[in-house]
Ligand binder design. Structure first.
Ligand code: FE2
Length: 325
């Protein structure tokens, strides 16, 4: 198999040298899915090193076209899988294979803000795979943002805010419904989230994970996380803005949830709106929008890069899979 690094318009190199994302194209064409998977297995250590360095790798032209092909490609990497049942994700999800599920099914006109997957909970994946089964007519890119570069800028431009994030950590709060609500991007029921059938079982799980809670009308449950870090130190010394601040601050909204109540610093003090607006702008300036073509696969280091979703028209099928720590 002939695989070459290609450049894409708008590809970034904000630290001066490291391309973001790294883009690999299979040049030989016409190969089978088995060939592509064999190549991925043979190169998996090197690919994982590159993933850590670059933050995200885009694979183009590897002949993948279905959810089953995507599943096979994921298995080629041999990573431990992260199951939805074990996760405390807020989203309602549909699995297509054991490993593959449909990425957020929020309506096309809804923007999904940049975030690190499940960083608003104590249990999160280390890496994410995305696969474009069907590219939309327009839009629908997956913005990616290097959050080590972002935090570096925050330290220079907003030193007090960056220090508060680092020292105080964050508390996230949200209301779960008593039954799955597929209309909401955060509609997973408390029963499903806590893998519980009774309130007592849910409370035992929340106690174990050090959440606090309050039962509301209509069998809804308001939960607040224990203090979670807002930044993460990587083994190589980089510090990333590892959280769901941007998404929670600007977007956690549905019939039960008001974004102004969803997040505070770890000591309960409010976040500075001006600083947050600036952080959101900086993240947008640093974002690279993956211009999906059908058959593209992306591997994202969840500790290094944030992801989101642009609005789109037409039919968009982007599938996802998560890797355990
Ligand atoms: Fe996500």
């Amino acid at each position: 198999m002939q695989v070459a690094e290609i450049s894409l318009e708008g590809q970034r190199a904000d630290d001066g040298s490291t391309l973001f994302p790294l883009c690999l194209q299979c040049e030989s064409g016409g190969g089978s899915v088995e060939d592509a998977c064999r190549w991925m297995t043979e190169h998996r250590d090197e690919l994982d090193r590159k993933l850590r360095e670059h933050g995200a790798v885009l694979f183009r032209g590897f002949g993948l076209s279905t959810a089953q092909d995507f599943d096979a490609a994921i298995r080629a990497f041999g990573y431990p899988s992260f199951t939805y049942e074990d996760s405390l994700s807020n989203a309602v999800r549909t699995n297509l294979t054991d490993l593959v599920f449909t990425a957020n099914e929020a309506p096309p006109d809804v923007t999904i803000r940049l975030h690190h997957e499940m960083a608003q909970t104590p249990i999160y994946p280390s890496r994410l795979f995305f696969f474009c089964e069907q590219a939309p007519e327009t839009g629908g890119e997956t913005p990616l943002c290097r959050s080590d570069v972002l935090f570096d800028r925050m330290r220079r431009e907003l030193p007090q805010f960056a220090a508060d994030c680092e020292q105080k950590g964050l508390l996230y709060s949200h209301v779960m419904p008593g039954a799955d609500d597929p209309e909401s991007g955060m509609g997973r029921s408390w029963q499903s989230t806590w893998n519980a059938t009774t309130r007592e079982e849910a409370e035992a799980r929340m106690r174990e994970l050090q959440y606090s809670w309050e039962w509301l009308d209509d069998d809804c449950l308001r939960v607040t996380t224990p203090r979670l870090p807002a930044v993460r130190r990587l083994p190589d010394g980089r510090v990333t803005f590892f959280n769901q601040l941007i998404a929670a601050f600007s977007g956690w909204k549905d019939a039960r949830n008001d974004p102004s109540r969803s997040i505070t610093f770890g000591d309960g003090s409010p976040l500075d709106r001006q600083a947050m607006d600036r952080v959101i702008d900086m993240a947008e300036e640093l974002a690279f929008d993956v211009p999906w073509q059908s058959g593209d696969m992306a591997l994202v280091d969840n500790y290094v890069a944030m992801h989101g979703r642009r609005t789109f028209t037409g039919t968009r099928r982007v599938l996802a899979s998560l890797v355990a720590s």
